[in-house]
Design a protein around this ligand. Structure first.
Ligand code: FES
Length: 167
């Protein structure tokens, strides 16, 4: 096996390519991390937030539950406050509905404007049944989202609101 001498030109090429690649990686990594960090920071499906609502105080009548938590977007941390309408259904299961109207995102109110046993959206008169199902003939075309729920030490924990599939 013959040894090929490395020319001065080859040596410089290898060295500069290596150093250049290293520097490019050093510059690109923070940019990539910056771009994907908000996605990672949200924690996805498994994240639950503890509320001040005791589960044994829930009834069949929807109760407004406000809860706050810290949200980190890249280097910026902010306090987020969200709301859920929470009750126990006839099977004793906890139902926690998002108040965000599926028409244009206003906030719905239980029995607002005198609408008995319904959620009412004041923006364009949207109506939903107690289950969150949208009432046909009113602007919303989809049911209210439903939070995932857990109970810890007797207190309600809420996860991510997800679309409901109610016929
Ligand atoms: S935003 Fe609720 S009905 Fe339009």
């Amino acid at each position: 096996m013959s040894k090929q001498p490395v020319s001065r030109r080859q040596f410089l090429n290898y060295t500069l390519t290596g150093v250049g690649g290293f520097m490019a990686a050093g510059m690109l990594m923070p940019m990539v991390r910056f771009a994907i960090d908000p996605v990672l920071a949200h924690g996805g499906k498994g994240e639950y937030h503890t509320t001040k609502q005791k589960v044994d105080e829930l009834s069949t009548k929807p109760t407004r539950v406000d809860f706050s938590y810290e949200q980190k977007d890249a280097w910026y941390t902010s306090e987020v406050t969200q709301t859920a309408w929470v009750y126990k259904n006839e099977k004793g299961e906890i139902v926690a509905l998002s108040p965000v109207c599926k028409h244009l995102g206003c906030t719905v109110d239980w029995e607002g404007s005198g609408h008995k046993s319904q959620f009412y959206c004041p923006c364009h008169g949207g109506l939903y049944e107690k289950s969150g199902k949208n009432v046909p003939g009113t602007p919303p075309t989809r049911p209210l989202d439903r939070y995932q729920t857990k109970v810890k030490d007797g207190f309600l924990q809420l996860g991510k609101p997800e679309p409901q599939d109610i016929a």
